[in-house]
Design a protein around this ligand. Structure first.
Ligand code: HXC
Length: 297
């Protein structure tokens, strides 16, 4: 789909994306690049990073890739330094690296829990922490009065509770909390805007392949009328909005991009049934003598 944004809204900007070689991370890389940004991507799998960089370059996007694991502070430092060496500055950091698998809480080892916290929450904090000196106002290549932007990819799993996702729900709750704390501290001190995006289930991603295998998702559709998959494009457009000047007054929010899915719940009565029931209940309440307990109505 064509972007509704002008193609130069990020002209001259430099973005680093963790997990930028595949899935949602890659689509954000491509869309930031198509709108003028130079792109650095960081990922654990060299071949994935390499092919993403080739694909970005074939779109005439200035792109570079680095192998690295957000769980390793040294990798974070190295990749950030290399990005600055290559492009001279950093304007946008997107934390899209994540880990996930379905598992009942009772079968999840503490190390399995820790692994996802390490990737999603600690990894996000580590990248933000090491990027601060480049993103803050007056940092290398930066205007003395305006800082950069951070976008943390989150989820909606923890807004209620999600089966077999105790580890990721906890990890993403921490990510949202990191987003708000940094928005407060770094927004105030360094003019850095920090926001998040909480995608719903997005077509063609590892998230959907792992969390909603076909046999589960088709069953789920019967019970959740709103259920439909989003596109990676939807998330990339949200990222563009937050990263561009269109989002200049947005700080500390996590934008839910799920078509309203997280709000859905089973419908207990049909519309016709509820109209009947509602009128009957109202009539009974109106006609009942004062002082009759509700349970007797
Ligand atoms: C139970 C599991 C498990 C599983 C791993 N573990 N897979 N436990 N069920 N299916 C446990 C292991 O037993 C081990 O604990 C611990 O987790 C670490 O496992 P490793 O395989 O050593 O970890 P590692 O190689 O570092 O791999 C990390 C990973 C893996 C998260 C487990 O899946 C990965 O690399 N994922 C990255 C890609 C990814 O998942 N993308 C999807 C993101 S989707 P023990 O105790 O045995 O040592 C997403 C969507 C969010 O984020 C929500 C959207 C709606």
């Amino acid at each position: 789909m064509e972007s509704p944004f002008k193609s130069d809204i990020l002209k001259g900007k430099v973005a680093l994306l963790t997990g930028g070689g595949s899935g949602i991370g890659y689509e954000i890389s491509a869309q930031l690049g198509k709108h003028g940004a130079s792109i650095a991507i960081m990922g654990r799998r060299k071949h994935v990073v390499d092919s993403a960089v080739s694909a970005l370059r074939s779109l005439s996007i200035q792109a570079i890739g680095f192998e690295g694991d957000v769980r390793k502070r040294d990798d974070a430092i190295r990749v950030l330094e290399s990005t600055i060496n290559q492009f001279g500055k950093l304007d946008i950091l997107v934390n899209a690296a994540a880990g996930n698998f379905l598992v009942p809480a009772e079968d999840l080892s503490p190390n399995g829990f820790r692994t996802v916290i390490d990737i999603d929450s600690v990894g996000t904090f580590t990248m933000c922490h090491e990027a601060l000196k480049y993103l803050k106002k007056g940092g290398p290549g930066k205007n003395p009065s305006s800082g950069g932007i951070i976008i943390n990819i989150s989820a909606t799993l923890h807004y209620t509770a999600t089966w077999y996702q105790i580890h990721v729900s906890a990890a993403k709750a921490a990510v949202d909390s990191i987003t708000r704390s940094l928005a407060l501290e770094w927004g105030t001190d360094y003019d850095i805007r920090v926001n998040g995006i909480a995608p719903g289930p997005i077509e063609g991603t590892a998230g959907v392949r792992k969390l909603a295998p076909e046999e589960i998702s088709s069953k789920r559709r019967e019970h959740v009328p709103l259920f439909k998959l989003g596109e990676k494009w939807d998330i990339a457009m949200a990222a563009l909005y937050l990263a561009s000047d269109a989002g200049k007054y947005i700080n500390g929010t996590t934008l839910v991009v799920d078509g309203g899915l997280w709000l859905s719940s089973p419908r207990h009565y049909s519309k016709e049934a509820v109209k009947q029931l509602s009128r009957t209940v109202e009539r009974r309440s109106r006609d009942a003598p004062v002082g009759i307990p509700r349970s007797k109505l």
